[in-house]
Design a protein around this ligand. Structure first.
Ligand code: SF4
Length: 338
């Protein structure tokens, strides 16, 4: 073979444009970020089973400057749009966008005030991937191993052993000992409820082995102080509210308290009167009340007297109204992201 033929058999000639585009097509680098459940599927594509490294795409880039593909994986909230658009703007040209899943493509099941009804309202989408979520590798559904009727897995508690253990939600009226044939003893929670100030409790409720006390609004501050300081409920797990519109009073405030020493949870509820509705702030007793109360204010419009900094925490400051109120329009007011 002459030298000329030898060289021809080992060298390809092309245009620079074709060559660069071939390289780009074979090594798309996605920006690393995810928004909701679809992001888990996106992450799986990079893991061992589906392994997009096979297509030269393993390099998820932490910096948008090094990425040329944005996979919008998940529900896009209106609050998140400015951040998503900013990441896109920081990516160099040429760049592409995949709307992964029903939420990114159209808002999915979330036809609500807070969710963007399709990211293509803000970004030029090149590819829409249907599904909720789109599986990381749809061929997996046809995988004969995965489709086997007998998965060859043992079933917990199937060998005659009793189910025992604590409810992860905390102790019930039997003291949290799980299923028991013994007669229930007087528990710490019953002691606590009996020991609360006279006339403060309007009602006791037990649901699925969890106790709640409905406290009169005027006694709320005193009851909460007693629960923390006398009965050892040092952990305020959560503060939330329920809107019973059109009932009057329409709001009920709900506190979840935990006592580590006795390993029990107690729920405290109170009907909230007033227009605007207001209750005392618990920030002096539990510092965690701070942002829980801001959330209740933000979403329900309940005021907390004595809160050191009562302002919105989830929604943008100019937002009008309180979206978890039952009479709030489902899709909310139009809100311009710019
Ligand atoms: S499309 Fe489905 S899986 Fe994906 S983010 Fe929306 S709800 Fe989650």
């Amino acid at each position: 073979m002459g030298l000329e033929q030898q060289i021809r058999s080992q060298i390809l000639t092309s245009t620079l444009e074709k060559f660069v585009n071939w390289a780009r097509k074979s090594s798309v680098w996605p920006a690393t970020f995810g928004l909701a459940c679809c992001a888990i599927e996106m992450i799986c594509t990079a893991a061992n089973r589906f392994d997009i490294a096979r297509f030269g795409m393993e390099a998820f880039r932490a910096s948008p400057r090094q990425a040329d593909l944005m996979i919008v994986a998940g529900t896009v909230t209106k609050k998140m749009v400015p951040a998503v658009v900013r990441i896109y703007e920081q990516m160099p040209e040429p760049k592409w966008v995949i709307a992964m899943g029903a939420c990114a493509s159209s808002g999915g099941i979330f036809r609500s005030y807070a969710v963007v009804q399709g990211i293509d309202r803000y970004l030029p989408v090149d590819v829409y991937v249907p599904g909720c979520p789109p599986p990381a590798g749809s061929s997996a559904l046809r995988d004969p191993q995965a489709a086997r009727k007998d998965p060859q897995r043992s079933v917990p508690h199937a060998e005659g052993r009793a189910r025992r253990g604590r409810s992860p939600r905390g102790a019930g009226p039997s003291g949290g000992a799980g299923v028991s044939a013994e007669a229930p003893k007087r528990t710490y929670l019953e002691e606590v409820m009996d020991g609360l100030p006279d006339g403060a409790v309007a009602k006791r409720e037990s649901f699925r082995e969890q106790w709640a006390v409905v406290v009169r609004q005027e006694a709320l501050a005193e009851v909460m102080r007693e629960l923390r300081n006398r009965w050892g409920f040092r952990y305020l797990i959560d503060v939330t509210a329920v809107d019973f519109h059109p009932r009057n009073p329409r709001f009920q405030i709900v506190y979840h308290l935990w006592c580590h020493e006795h390993n029990v949870m107690l729920r405290v509820k109170a009907w909230v009167e007033g227009d605007p509705p207001s209750v005392p702030s618990m920030t002096a007793l539990w510092s965690t009340a701070n942002w829980h109360e801001r959330e209740c204010y933000d979403l329900f419009g309940i005021l907390f007297d004595g809160h050191p900094d009562l302002r919105r925490i989830l929604l943008p400051d100019p937002w009008e109204g309180h979206p978890l109120r039952k009479d709030y329009p489902t899709e909310g007011p139009d809100w311009d992201v710019d």
